[in-house]
Design a protein around this ligand. Structure first.
Ligand SMILES: Nc1ncnc2c1ncn2[C@@H]1O[C@H](COP(=O)(O)OP(=O)(O)OP(=O)(O)O)[C@@H](O)[C@H]1O
Length: 429
């Protein structure tokens, strides 16, 4: 009955009114269809983006398994001076594994093992670094180093901020290592020792000894600073001959040693960074773990390197002794660049001997360490040239293959080594 009434009502409507109503209904249908299609398109893009990210993730995992050096990229927030310059933000994080840079000749995309935006916290970064700590305990050599222009955030990443409200990789690593040791204390006996060096004006200095040659430790005798030299053992592992090695029985003790060392570091204000590191900081943490069941001994080494920043004197306003420092920093970084280029191009000769920095890092680049590089960059147009240079450098580093091997000695070999060490000590006395 009601249907009949509807038909009758429609029949009585003027023709034009009926056709307007029809168009209106069609419009509604089309709108609904458009909405459905938009949702479908959104879903396809989401799937594509997550597939793309997954593909990059698995690709990175395969590369890591092949022994490739891992490279993370961290974009720091815009700083006050960049904001004053008024330059645009030219770096954008596309997904967890790639960034784009608005280069003068058009956008350029770079891929990394992980990308951290300016909002990423120190915790987030360390979550992706933490598993390397287990490798140290398992007897691998691990090297983590920060690279980038002056003021790009290397010290913030490696050490943290001044008041340690946001501690960086170094203090977090100390805690993580002792946490793992505590969890495994029923199965292993652990011993942790450390050396801390800086490479300043092409001279290696023991940071446990102050500039005046005065030992920080109360038990140390006063005297002239010992010459520190970089040597490699039979397995190719780098060690610092002549540098003091101190034992630590807790993360707090290790951190106290680290603070002592930092107090001796060369830092000064430049136009680009009020607290610029004028030296390369090299921290070596050795972890020896003796298996209580079978007596075998693993010896892992964690090298943490905060490189001084590359810079252009005109931009930083370096003069006199600062210019000398800058030249020395640039020279060693350029030697590092040559090593990276030779390794990534698989050249037969790698010029490690051209600088002390490359000698220190010999076992981490093309050697037997598990290596992670963090390339720190500024997001601002003001630093675009330096940012592109750093990203190109970092891309080359990704191509380098290491051959990480565990340093394990059976119970018998470990015992023989102990006997030899005691004999050498006796002979020296
Ligand atoms: N991710 C970040 N979040 C907050 N502040 C940051 C971040 N990265 C860097 N900064 C700040 O930027 C400034 C410069 O950083 P930092 O000293 O770490 O640079 P650098 O690369 O070590 O420089 P240099 O090579 O001159 O020593 C510091 O004040 C630091 O606290």
């Amino acid at each position: 009955m009601s249907e009949m009434e509807d038909i009758l009502r429609q029949e009585t409507l003027p023709k034009t009114q009926r056709s307007v109503k029809g168009v209106g209904q069609q419009l509604l249908l089309l709108q609904a269809q458009l909405k459905r299609e938009k949702e479908e398109r959104k879903k396809i893009i989401e799937n594509y983006t997550s597939e793309r990210a997954m593909r990059k993730k698995y690709y990175n995992m395969v590369e890591e398994m092949k022994g490739k050096i891992r490279v993370f990229c961290r974009i720091r927030p815009v700083n006050r001076s960049e904001a004053t310059q008024g330059g645009a933000i030219v770096v954008d994080k596309l997904d967890d594994y790639s960034i784009t840079v608005e280069a003068p000749r058009g956008p350029r995309e770079f891929q990394f093992d992980k990308v951290f935006s300016a909002r990423a916290s120190q915790e987030e970064l360390f979550q992706d670094v933490n598993r390397l700590m287990q490798s140290v305990i398992d007897g691998y050599n691990v090297c983590i180093f920060a690279y980038g222009q002056t003021g790009s955030g290397k010290t913030f990443t490696m050490v943290g901020d001044k008041d340690q409200k946001n501690p960086g990789i170094m203090p977090r690593s100390f805690n993580a290592i002792f946490d793992i040791m505590r969890e495994n204390s029923s199965k292993f006996d652990f011993k942790v020792s450390a050396y801390m060096l800086e490479l300043y004006n092409d001279r290696l200095q023991d940071l446990f000894v102050s500039q005046a040659g005065e030992a920080h430790s109360q038990t140390q005798s006063h005297g002239p600073t010992k010459r520190v030299e970089i040597k490699r053992n039979r397995k190719g592992v780098v060690f610092a001959q002549g540098a003091e090695t101190k034992e630590a029985s807790s993360a707090q003790e290790l951190y106290a040693l680290f603070q002592q060392a930092c107090a001796n570091r060369h830092i000064s204000a430049t136009r680009m960074n009020v607290e610029s590191s004028r030296s390369h900081l090299i921290v070596g943490i050795m972890v020896e773990s003796r298996n209580l069941t079978n007596g075998s001994v693993n010896t892992g080494k964690l090298s943490l390197v905060d490189l001084a920043g590359s810079e252009r004197a005109a931009k930083t306003g370096a003069k006199d002794h600062q210019l000398k420092e800058a030249n020395s920093i640039n020279k060693s970084l350029s030697a590092l660049g040559d090593v990276i280029s030779a390794l990534s191009a698989e050249l037969p000769h790698v010029p490690y001997r051209n600088s002390k920095l490359t000698q220190v890092m010999q076992d981490s680049l093309g050697g037997n360490a598990k290596t992670l590089m963090i390339v720190n960059i500024s997001p601002s147009e003001y630093n675009i040239d330096e940012t592109l240079t750093s990203l190109i450098y970092a891309t080359r580093v990704k191509a380098i293959t290491n051959n990480a091997q565990r340093n394990v000695d059976s119970k018998e070999i470990a015992q023989l080594k102990e006997v030899c060490a005691v004999a050498t000590c006796d002979a020296l006395i």
